[in-house]
Ligand binder design. Structure first.
Ligand code: SAM
Ligand code: SF4
Length: 472
């Protein structure tokens, strides 16, 4: 079989990164190898996101460029997957007639068969079928590709929460949890292939297993904690309305569970939270934050925020700024609100003008930048356990030289990026490898990362890993 090449554009969240990895694995039996660029590929998949309108526009702009490629190379196969595929279906073919395959969000495990059909001349194909239930999850591959130190594992799909602004329940379907046995066998395969850290993915991990009568999320974390060879566990996303004592205690109990939680708040105003259908109040959120900090001192907390939601007044926005000052997040993903198909708030009047949205976003980002920097600065002088992922970007671009300083990159338990000099530690500890847990002394804080020097070789999994800052 002559080699064929596959290129995947991945737009959006970690779930799409995970799905893209599985698409590549599903197509390996057909002889597809990874292409270095779309220009070298026989098959290009655009794995799309429709959470915000900008992400959707990006998908259509890539598809436009692929139309030009296809005119030059008519044999090229173009596929669209992910949320825009599910949302737009056959309408994509009207906008981009060069598309051969439209693949919905629950059709990844049918990809191999569908590509076979396209290759044998049947095109275009649109497959949007959504089968619900745990049985609809594909079996994990027996062995995983050697894809790196830190990997994603989907534990649930879809969402039942219907936040007023959100397209996810409409394009990813109802919430469905995957069986713990499938999750664990996938994690073991990843560890055998070299992974040391896994991030468990779901839109609201707190409700894992509830509908299906599987184990609870803290119980699942406990089983993952016992996987031999795994050093770290992370998860995302936890919905503040469902965060419970069991999960809060898990941070104190499970030595592999990293002290970091992404807890999207979306707004600091009760009026807006209610209009968003988030089903918690500002006080409830703040209470969660203090419980987490009491149970796990030094825990890193990050969040998502939407500014310019329909009807958001200056006073509502001030309440958001106020909450950000109070919580002192380690990091914040902030977005301007955009109308999404099927989302309830698309029909809300009182849209905030785009210019005002952008100004509010900038104010919020400026505030958070100062906080992130201050929280990073508080870590200077401390020694952090870092899971080495590979050479830093700078090192990768200049290649490895024996004499020069060798820069590595990795993350702290609190998920902060650390670039460090691997040639500066004690001689016996200088043989750094990707996948190693090393001790790094933090020397400098930057806006989005930390800089340090190697302070010791491989550390043992299981020692306390709190990210306590040096007294400022
Ligand atoms: N399940 C997660 C939760 O409950 O927070 C969030 C998932 S969503 C894919 C990621 C983020 O996108 C949200 O937290 C929200 O901040 C943002 N987002 C979703 N819909 C949006 C919209 N219509 N406009 C702007 N931002 C949006
Ligand atoms: Fe969207 Fe809300 Fe579900 Fe998160 S919880 S995916 S924001 S509907």
């Amino acid at each position: 079989m002559p080699p064929k090449y596959l290129y995947i554009y991945t737009i959006g969240c970690q779930m799409n990164v995970y799905d893209s990895e599985h698409m590549a694995m599903a197509l390996a039996p057909l002889g597809y190898l990874p292409a270095r660029s779309p220009g070298d590929a026989d098959l290009v998949i655009v794995n799309t996101c429709s959470v915000r309108s900008k992400a959707e526009q990006k998908a259509f702009s890539i598809l436009g460029r692929l139309g030009d490629d296809k005119r030059r190379r008519p044999g090229l196969i173009v596929a669209v997957a992910g949320c825009v595929a599910q949302q737009e279906g056959a309408r994509i073919l009207a906008r981009a007639p060069h598309v051969d395959l439209v693949l919905g969000t629950r059709a990844v495990h049918r990809l191999e068969g569908l590509v076979r059909q396209v290759e044998s001349g049947r095109r275009p194909i649109v497959d949007l079928e959504m089968i619900d239930g745990p049985e609809a999850f594909e079996a994990p591959p027996e062995s995983a590709d050697r894809g790196g130190v830190s990997r994603f594992v989907t534990i649930m799909r879809g969402c039942d929460n219907f936040c007023a602004y959100c397209v996810v329940p409409h394009v990813r379907g109802r919430e469905t949890s995957r069986s713990p046995d499938l999750i664990l066998s996938e994690i073991r395969a990843l560890v055998t292939a070299g992974a040391r850290e896994v991030t468990l993915l779901g839109q609201n991990v707190n409700s894992y297993g509830a509908k299906e009568g599987l184990c609870s999320f803290p119980e699942l974390l406990e089983r993952v904690n016992a996987v031999e060879g795994l050093a770290r566990t992370r998860f995302t996303t936890s919905h503040p309305k469902d965060l419970n004592e069991g999960l809060i205690r898990a941070f104190a109990r499970l030595e592999k569970l990293c002290p970091h939680i992404h807890l999207p708040v979306q707004s600091g105003s009760n009026r807006i939270l209610e209009r968003m259908n988030r089903r918690y109040t500002r006080d409830h959120y703040l209470d969660n934050v203090s419980k987490l900090r009491n149970s796990c001192p030094g825990i890193a907390i990050t969040s998502d925020m939407i500014v310019g939601f329909p009807g958001e007044t200056q006073a509502d926005f001030e309440a958001t700024l106020d909450l950000v000052r109070e919580v002192q997040f380690d990091g914040l993903f902030a977005f301007t609100y955009s109308d999404r198909p099927h989302a309830l708030s698309t029909r809300f009047p009182e849209k905030v003008p785009v210019r005002e949205q952008s100004e509010r976003l900038q104010t919020l980002l400026d505030l958070q930048q100062g906080i992130t920097f201050a929280r990073n600065r508080a870590l200077t002088g401390s020694v952090q356990e870092v899971l080495t992922e590979g050479f830093s970007k700078q090192q990768a671009s200049r290649g490895r030289s024996k004499s020069a300083q060798v820069q590595w990159t990795g993350r702290t338990p609190g998920n902060k990026v650390v670039n460090f000099d691997g040639s500066a530690g004690p001689a016996e500890d200088r043989e750094v490898r990707a996948g190693q847990l090393v001790s790094v002394r933090i020397e400098r804080a930057l806006a989005h990362s930390l800089w340090g020097v190697l302070d010791g070789g491989e550390t043992a999994v299981g020692r306390p890993r709190r990210e306590v800052g040096h007294a400022a």
